[in-house]
Write a protein that binds this ligand. Structure first.
Ligand code: ZN
Length: 152
């Protein structure tokens, strides 16, 4: 229980840090995929940009947006996790993250979720699940060309 509280505090610190200093918080100079995400329940909004190279690897990723600490931190951490990964791996991570956020699986069941487990606690906060998963749904939409911008 003690360890539990300690890791909870640590995770909270990670979230607050990413909220305060979001990583990859910019529009990349070049991008191949784009999507807008919106969570009206909380007022979270973000624009997500990514550049896939010929091998379908995420070469660049950036976001701009506004919202609660959880949505912003989730977008920030997501960009650091998916950068440099192949699109198939990114889709697997999206499934894993979603399953973890709604409580279907535990983060410890999948080593790939190690850096995302700070959001595992949202499964007990139903209103926050959408905040945590917004960036991932936006990424999925971008990858599925729901809103695509060609740089050519
Ligand atoms: Zn939110």
């Amino acid at each position: 229980m003690l360890l539990n509280n300690r890791s909870k505090n640590l995770y909270q610190e990670v979230i607050l840090d990413h909220n305060k200093n979001p990583r990859n918080y910019s529009q990349p100079e070049r991008f191949s995929h784009f999507a807008k995400g919106n969570n009206p329940l909380c007022g979270d909004k973000l624009d997500l940009f990514l550049l896939l190279n010929d091998e379908k690897i995420v070469e660049e990723i950036g976001f701009i947006g506004d919202g609660c600490a959880i949505s912003k931190a989730s977008a920030s951490i997501m960009t650091t996790v998916v950068k440099g990964k192949h699109i198939d791996e990114v889709r697997k991570l999206f499934d894993g993250f979603h399953n973890m956020a709604v409580g279907n699986i535990s983060a410890s069941e999948d080593p790939a979720l190690r850096r995302l487990r700070v959001f595992e606690g949202v499964k007990d906060l139903p209103a926050r699940v959408k905040c945590a998963t917004l960036a991932w749904h936006t990424l999925d939409a971008a990858l599925n060309n729901k809103e695509i911008i060609s740089t050519e």
